[in-house]
Design a protein around this ligand. Structure first.
Ligand SMILES: Cc1cc2nc3c(=O)[nH]c(=O)nc-3n(C[C@H](O)[C@H](O)[C@H](O)COP(=O)(O)O)c2cc1C
Length: 323
């Protein structure tokens, strides 16, 4: 059976987004929470705690994520999330940002298979939490993964998600599907594909190329087009009739949720603008829409800009596809 996992995006896919998404769109089987980082202090920040509290995620299936290169930190967070009722913890071996990677975390750990081995050995001896891994092909070069996969073979893992880029690429350039294909032959773990799925068409191409993959993870594509997971599940690239009404209600739910949480309109405007950097891709008839949202200095102007963008798209669509 095909499953769709929502990729963690720090600053975007927090519990407020996840709840609004789940309420209006669905199609996602499992959400991975943006990573928890403890920085050697062995304490969980209140924002991370709030994000994964079961009470804040009661309508969805969530897997917490950790970024670390330290077994003690891993064990501490594992115990903490187990206490909350989680039985799986995802390990981030993919974060590409130099500040993280240069400290040997995220994709920066992929060139140190010995260290990964050491950490997994401690985990398998000292915790019964299920570990899943989310990784890139490497940091400096895509061959790094071929030294990591044999290490992962020695451990019981829930699954491995591979985003076939290297850390140095950040999110630019092509995904390296050839190397991804090679990885499939070198791992007996369940592999989840992640990267650049932005439409039913691009999903179908991937599915055709990798017919043995049943589990797919989508990040940015799911924010740009929140209807995407449900359309992929239905194998039908057709939007619901009330597409723009649904999007509008989703937007309002997201907005209200952040309005409640953020202090003052400036923060709310910034947060909504960062979402619109993705949303705008679903609104090709408003090429200047994003600029208008960026320029909005108060909530009234912002709301008017959003209304115009949504109404304009609905109008143009009705002309194009009269019922
Ligand atoms: C702004 C941003 C924040 C991200 N935060 C995380 C994170 O906390 N944990 C993680 O494993 N990946 C993180 N990622 C990577 C995504 O989960 C995903 O692997 C990547 O965007 C590729 O998938 P996509 O092409 O479907 O977006 C982040 C990506 C972006 C752009």
């Amino acid at each position: 059976m095909l499953t769709i996992h929502s990729s963690p995006l720090q600053g975007f896919t927090d519990f407020r987004f996840r709840n609004a998404f789940q309420r209006f769109f669905g199609g996602v089987d499992q959400y991975i929470a943006p990573y928890i980082r403890v920085n050697g202090k062995l304490e969980i920040k209140s924002a991370s705690e709030r994000d994964i509290l079961p009470a804040n995620n009661s309508s969805l299936a969530l897997i917490p994520q950790i970024i670390t290169n330290d077994a003690n930190e891993f064990l501490f967070v594992a115990k903490y999330v187990q206490k909350l009722g989680y039985s799986e913890l995802n390990w981030n071996l993919g974060c590409p940002y130099p500040m993280v990677a240069k400290r040997g975390m995220g994709s920066g750990l992929l060139s140190m298979p010995g260290k990964i081995d050491e950490i997994l050995a401690r985990l398998s001896a000292e915790t019964d939490i299920r570990v899943s891994v989310k990784m890139r092909l490497g940091y400096e070069n895509p061959q790094e993964i071929f030294h990591v996969l044999p290490v992962l073979e020695r451990y019981r893992l829930a699954n491995i998600t591979i985003h076939p880029r290297i850390g140095k690429q950040l999110y630019k350039g092509e995904v390296d599907l050839k190397t991804f294909e090679e990885c499939l032959g070198r791992s007996s773990h369940e592999i989840i594909y992640n990267g650049d799925i932005t439409s039913v068409g691009s999903f179908r191409e991937m599915k055709e190329r990798f017919p043995t993959i049943n589990n797919w993870m989508i990040g940015r594509g799911l924010i740009s087009d929140p209807f995407l997971p449900a359309m992929i599940k239905a194998d039908n690239p057709v939007y619901p009739e009330k597409r723009y009404e649904v999007f509008n209600s989703f937007h309002d739910a997201l907005y209200s949720s952040y309005e409640e949480a953020l202090s003052g309109p400036k923060h709310l405007l910034m947060r909504m603008y960062s979402f619109w950097e993705y949303f705008i891709q679903s609104f090709p008839n408003s090429p200047k829409g994003l600029k208008k949202i960026k320029k909005a200095r108060n909530l009234g102007v912002y709301r008017e800009a959003v209304k115009q963008i949504i109404d304009n798209e609905a109008f143009n669509n009705a002309l194009q596809f009269p019922s």
